[in-house]
Design a protein around this ligand. Sequence first.
Ligand code: NAI
Ligand SMILES: NCC(=O)COP(=O)(O)O
Length: 334
Amino acid sequence: MTKPLALSLGEPAGIGPDITIAAWLRRDAAQLPPFYLRGDRDCIVRRARALGVELPVAEVAIEDASTAFASALPVVATGLAATAEPGRPDDTSAAAAIGAIRSAVDDVRSGRAAAIVTNPIAKSVLYKAGFAHPGHTEFLAELARDGGATPQPVMMLWCPSLAVVPVTIHVSLRDAIAQLTTEMIVSTARIVVRDLQSRLGIAAPRLAIAGLNPHAGEDGSLGTEDRSIVAPAVEILRREGIDARGPLPADTMFHAAARTRYDCAICMYHDQALIPIKTIAFDEGVNVTLGLPFVRTSPDHGTAFDIAGTGRADPSSLIAAMKLAARMADASRG
Ligand SMILES: NC(=O)C1=CN([C@@H]2O[C@H](COP(=O)(O)OP(=O)(O)OC[C@H]3O[C@@H](n4cnc5c(N)ncnc54)[C@H](O)[C@@H]3O)[C@@H](O)[C@H]2O)C=CC1
Ligand SMILES: NCC(=O)COP(=O)(O)O
């Protein structure tokens, strides 16, 4: 891969700076592709000092990032200062985090970066500053519109032994049930199939479609949505030639033997999807956005304010996200 990955700063008061520094320090052992941070050089320098780490940091143009990567952590400036102390977001946090995402998208859309990897943002901090999107996933879809329709973004959490997709994402459980439709399940599954084929090289993806209710509704006695919403979606997908099975009782879908029978579990709400993968692979899970005209991955964890600046943040999930982004970008180039 010749082009570098664009890594967005994320919430400057979170562990994004810590894991960025740690990932760069492990670049050889982890065999990382070249990456640069889209953000604020001073923020990284301050964090390295707080961590007691000797870190060469080079502010560069994107074109020089891959070369600089061998000897310094390359930073491509957004022009937005990020002054927040570890664990304490401040008035610069939201603008710095959002600006870095926008810049990273510009970089990949203009063909100067291979893919985007995002550091975690604190959603509540951004919401307080007026951010109108539930998270990166929906914001990236908006940035991808390019004058046309907004693509449907699909959140997938991936690790080597499991991939999960929540059909409804950052909404309350009550709203997730109210919003769930057959069409949402079908359109989500179609995007999953297309991107697993084109970006992960799975020729005929096998989908396991979770039921919504306990025991997938127990023949309608524990809720009717599995019969009226989920089963018709499975039927439509099968008629299209997609290898989809369900609705399956969610409690027995995720044990080791069951996981070998599908390539991706399509789940009805956030925690149904994210609890199993964060339980088995919190350290190496990757969040991927499917359905976009570019590749975006992210660590599976959040801003971890409780340990920012302490040296306890584990960069494994970020490292996995970078490796998966490079693999997907390579596959997309054919
Ligand atoms: N992609 C993103 O931007 C994501 C952002 N978030 C945001 O993160 C914020 C905090 O969310 P929480 O639910 O507290 O989850 P969290 O993942 O930030 O933290 C949960 C627990 O795991 C620990 N932890 C997380 N990452 C770690 C790492 N790399 N190494 C060692 N320990 C780690 C934390 O210290 C904490 O005890 C929220 O504002 C949420 O919106 C959460 C998930 C993803
Ligand atoms: N729970 C996953 C998460 O919060 C990631 O969301 P996003 O910012 O990647 O949309």
